[in-house]
Design a protein around this ligand. Sequence first.
Ligand code: EPU
Length: 351
Amino acid sequence: MLVENLVPLQPFNTFGIQARAHTFVRIDSVATLLALHRAHPSWLRSQPLVLGGGSNLVLTGDVTQAVLKVEIMGRELVSETPHHWVVQAGAGENWHGFIDWTLAQGWPGLENLALVPGTVGASPVQNIGAYGVELQDRFHSLDAVDLHTGQLFSLDAAQCGFGYRDSVFKHAPGNARHLGLAGRALITHVRFALPKKWVPELSYLDLVRKAEETGTAHPSARQVFDWVCDIRRAKLPDPSKVGNVGSFFKNPTVSAEQCTDIIARDPKVVHYPMPDGTVKLAAGWLIDACGWKGKAVGNAGVYDKQALVLVNKGGAANPATGGEVMTLAKAIQTSVYERFGLRLEIEPVVV
Ligand code: EPU
């Protein structure tokens, strides 16, 4: 186990913000983590920063708590039922590469989540979702280590408390609604239940258009994967070229009455009625309507093709600071509140 000090974190966060980790440890196996727990239990008790691909993270300064960079690898079929292949991956595996591999093995189901940046271990934390599929739809179970006690444990889907971009891993311990495992657990392996009777999920409008354009009513999973890659590349900045953390805010949910009030303010508001009677609004549209596309605070800017995404306009040499990113985010929240009476919730983890 190698403990590094004052490690530059710019390569480890996709926004490309400069900050340093006072203490940095690469976790390449459960054994390494348990050895760290024996050697420095206090580091693991003081809310360490568990780092996957750093694609959902905003750093606002040097990180004084221990940074645990998860590099547990491996992917395998662990069991089969009449209806599913149960496939496991190490938390450090690249998410997109993992999907590509499952498709090459003939196990479909994750293709709508292609090109979501980050690692397998981070995917349940925010219950990643895109193009009509959420992680919880394909999730089987996960293994984790309790950072306080060093105990190994497993959780099934119900125990993960999944919600829209939400899980038990985003909530502080002690929160009444959730068990609350933020800063308390490190996910080591995730298992997925991939359907043997697969049907493509094509409800999302952009995919309907792709099916029409190509005249393919019954695409293969690989075809859907390629379509999703095309759609994302056209709409979202590639983090390896322009620093970003994907959607910066969650799409807000309002009551039907609130939605009527917002439609009265602007009839064009993009909204999706939900099965429970609430209405989800497109945060990107709300921000765009407030005129934010292309605006900036220092080197933190609003992406010109999708207002829900904040970008690093300064590249690696002159990157936005975490302060600039948060000032921009707060200014956007204020203007959306003043115009529509809605508080947008920040989606990435801010440290
Ligand atoms: N829109 C605008 N202007 C904008 C941005 C969006 O008018 O600047 C409109 C679009 O025209 C569209 C609507 O808003 O009618 C929704 O936009 P989009 O289809 O791009 O999806 P989104 O709701 O903004 C969500 C997820 C994305 C995910 C896509 C596709 C959230 C917070 N974001 O974005 O997830 O890829 O749907 O499923 O739920 C992420 O979480 O990092 C992420 C990229």
